[in-house]
Design a binder for this molecule. Sequence first.
Ligand SMILES: Cc1ncc(COP(=O)(O)O)c(C=O)c1O
Length: 362
Amino acid sequence: MKKNRIYNFNPGPAALPLSVLEEIKESFLNLNGTGMSITEISHRSKDFESILDDAISRTKRLLNLDDRFHVLFCQSGASMQFCMIPMNLLREGKSADYVNTGTWSEKAIKEARIQGKKIKVVASSEDRDYSYIPQNIQFSGDAEYVHITSNNTIKGTQWPAFPDTKGIPLIADMSSDMMSRPFDAKPFGLFYAGAQKNLGPAGVCMVVIRNDMLERVPDNLPTMLKYTIFSEKKSLYNTPPCVAIYAVHLVLKWLEETIGGLEKMAEINRKKAELIYSTIDAGGFYRGTATPGSRSKMNVTFRLPNENLEKQFIQEALDNDLGGLKGHRSVGGCRASLYNAVSLSAVEALTDFMKNFERKNG
Ligand SMILES: Cc1ncc(COP(=O)(O)O)c(C=O)c1O
């Protein structure tokens, strides 16, 4: 039983900035002097609309998006995007390129195939257990879009730079690295992220879509599966997940006003990742599973000499108030997720623990 908050390295749902949690707690019974909770006000009220507008404009500022981009808040997680993307954007008789870098890419590929859509897997890192990001990929000149997973939460790899698709719209699942670093959005037709890692609580998926992609959306789709409905109705066709959007807006405010934007966030994230990877690389005790050059700054995956030591490491870490270090159930091992809200001091505490554990057990 923990009485105090611990250092949280969960992969998602994951750590949120303490100041955001405190603000939610403060305002939970009485939002901005309405006398009501965010859970109790109408999604059509001025109060909620200003929260939604604020979340949209902060996203645009943080990501430096021009007027062609629309910020949507969808439901059913990032997993729903795996099906909505081909349904909305892959037109009859055409084909799309997918890059397979692990479980989440595979799921995106599966959902396109279920619909009988024509897709081509143009590169895969399956041959080496998804431990790297493929380079020098030949894209099909006539692809409708290229789909990638920018950060692979389970295997601990991340695209160091996005591929040049020579004008073909890029689409990225950014669930586990959205808002962790600045990037040029211009080549992107769409990018999306389930909120529960870097953006807020579970229950909402942020989708950023470019104007020209909206023109592809066929008329004969179910209403709630059409990007055009979300953009025309500003994500208010039906009742949106108000509480999750409220929390996302606070996280974005924290990113802009407390951290100072994505350049600054990326610098902090770089320091955190460097610290832990240098600890892993220092001796022969820990072994990073991702190839250097493809290593993720968000999810650091590593092994110990054997599974018993891994179990002991995870338990002793928790005893020392360092939680969420178990690797994904499909791969085992250990994983430290270093999302934006995980502070440098949390990573310092973890690396101190790792060094001590190595001294005792190495
Ligand atoms: C990269 C990536 N994509 C997609 C998902 C699935 O997200 P959701 O649970 O929101 O559907 C996850 C979940 O961990 C993820 O890490």
